[in-house]
Design a protein around this ligand. Structure first.
Ligand SMILES: Cc1cc2nc3c(=O)[nH]c(=O)nc-3n(C[C@H](O)[C@H](O)[C@H](O)COP(=O)(O)OP(=O)(O)OC[C@H]3O[C@@H](n4cnc5c(N)ncnc54)[C@H](O)[C@@H]3O)c2cc1C
Length: 476
């Protein structure tokens, strides 16, 4: 079996390791247009904020490929797919045959077609090279504009404000993070981030960038306002990278259209995973679905049957000083929906849950996210809700409240959402000898995605080790 993977980002790199953890017989070749060893793209926000170094976020090293008999072509873009001959062509003209081809080409940042956006100091934020370029400019800059008030833009803005820059976020929609938040929540977020030194302009359209001697000096908005800036970060959305699939004659809507086995609907030897894939009308923009899809395709390519059933989407903001988790349907809800809300704007707290047919269908937590783990579990599993609804909003009131209460978590409780790692697997890993977070990460992959579960894993380890004096150890 000759398996060729195009794209060595979060989905492609995970597929390579999932394949090798199941089978060493197939021939695996992975092409990555980026010259870097695969890295955790999610943690680029931490690099921008100064909380991590580029070297800290590497996912594999070169030796791993040799040790695991994987041919990694880094810095090699695939330029064509010939489905009749079953070969891919890479830049430079090399031809590689395949029996199974997996497209994991991710997304490309959207750059609005506006005058002046080619000036120095204007950078779209997607890759490690973008991140380094932003940091290079930030070192000499005093002010920055971030275009886009979604989670990526806000994380970038917070990171740059933490480095001492005067930062303004310009956002086209009427409120921040409009896909995840309702307007009241966005107002609370706007005040919180404002208190951390990030100004925000919502409902504002960028019309041009101004430059002197080729370097950006500011941006212009549709009402004529000019904002001075030595650095402009574009975080105004992405589009799935589907050029290769289109040119190969595969059906592409927003992403490459795939079935439940993640195969193109036109060709069962071509799979698509991650942000370039469209499954049941959905193109995911998060790492957890990409990694789940990699697992399914690894099963299928190594002889097990598997299906992808879709993923729930949970967003957490990784910005120092802002606690935010949001999932599902967070609009006001229809007549059938039960909506619970708690707001304390002066303290920057906002909580909302949306319930339909006694199931959680959406939630927002800002400022105090103690029930995020519980809500995520209830949402993921569409589990029946406690009759005491307050337990959904206030931490500690639900008997299965997971965070910081390891003894009360069932073994099936998912601790690491990105990698779908349960408390039971962490416990098994501890029983096999793992004693700290990095050992658990090696044994289970928990904490290796967005890192948001790190504290919970630490709590579980403390409890298992009997160091958490509040609780008994298993069996006691
Ligand atoms: C700064 C930042 C923060 C984020 N934070 C979060 C978060 O907190 N939580 C979360 O869930 N998600 C987050 N995301 C999104 C997450 O990173 C993506 O969902 C994930 O990377 C998707 O994986 P992917 O493999 O589909 O795409 P990518 O990781 O983009 O990988 C695609 C790779 O394919 C390569 N490629 C494309 N075309 C070709 C070709 N023709 N030949 C060879 N190689 C090619 C690209 O160069 C790229 O390396 C964040 C993204 C960014 C940029």
């Amino acid at each position: 079996m000759r398996i060729v993977i195009v794209g060595n980002g979060m989905a492609g790199a995970r597929l390579v390791s999932e394949l090798r953890s199941r089978d060493r017989e197939s021939r695996v070749t992975v092409f990555g247009a980026e010259a870097w060893q695969p890295y955790n793209r999610v943690l680029l926000s931490s690099v921008l904020a100064g909380a991590a170094e580029p070297g800290d976020i590497r996912l594999t090293d070169r030796e791993w490929y040799a040790e695991n008999d994987v041919e990694a072509r880094l810095g090699a873009e695939v330029t064509g797919v010939d489905r009749e001959r079953r070969v891919v062509t890479s830049a430079g003209g090399g031809v590689t045959p395949y029996d199974a081809l997996v497209l994991a080409t991710g997304s490309a940042p959207l750059v609005p077609p506006l005058p002046g956006l080619d000036a120095q100091g204007i950078v779209a934020f997607r890759t490690i090279e973008d991140c380094q370029e932003i940091l290079r400019h930030a070192a000499a800059a005093r002010s920055a504009v971030v275009v886009g008030g979604g989670s990526l833009g806000l994380e970038a803005a917070r990171g740059l404000a933490g480095r001492g820059l005067k930062v303004t976020v310009v956002h086209l929609a009427g409120h921040l993070m409009e896909r995840q938040l309702d307007s009241e929540a966005a107002g609370v977020l706007q005040r919180t981030i404002g208190g951390l030194g990030v100004g925000t302009l919502v409902g504002a359209r960028l019309t041009a960038a101004h430059a002197e001697q080729g370097h950006v000096t500011g941006v212009e908005l549709d009402d004529g306002t000019v904002l001075g800036a030595d650095l402009v970060v574009l975080a105004c959305g992405v589009r799935p990278e589907t050029r290769l699939a289109r040119s190969a004659g595969l059906t592409v809507d927003r992403g490459v259209v795939v079935d439940d086995r993640l195969r193109s609907i036109d060709d069962p030897s071509v799979y698509a995973i991650g942000e370039c894939a469209q499954h049941q009308g959905t193109v995911y923009g998060l790492v957890a679905p990409a990694w789940e899809q990699a697992r399914v395709v690894a099963d299928l390519l190594t002889g097990s049957d598997a299906r992808y059933r879709g993923s729930q989407q949970v967003t957490r903001l990784k910005a120092a000083g802002i606690e935010l988790a949001a999932m599902g349907e967070t609009g006001l809800g229809d007549d059938e929906a039960e909506v619970l809300r708690f707001a304390d704007p002066t303290r920057g707290t906002y909580k909302k849950v949306v319930i339909r047919d006694d199931r959680l269908v959406g939630a927002i937590l800002i400022g105090e996210t103690g029930t995020a783990g519980l809500l995520t579990q209830l949402y993921d599993r569409a589990a029946p809700l406690p009759s005491d609804r307050l337990a959904l909003l206030f931490h500690g009131l639900h008997p299965a409240a997971p965070v910081k209460r390891p003894p009360r978590m069932p073994d099936t409780a998912i601790v690491c959402e990105c990698n779908n790692v349960s408390k039971g697997r962490i416990r098994a890993c501890w029983e096999a000898g793992a004693r700290d977070v990095s050992e658990v990460a090696v044994g289970t992959t928990a904490t290796t995605g967005c890192g948001g579960c790190r504290d919970t894993v630490e709590d579980i380890l403390h409890w298992l080790g009997g160091r958490d004096t509040g609780f008994a150890r298993p069996g006691e």
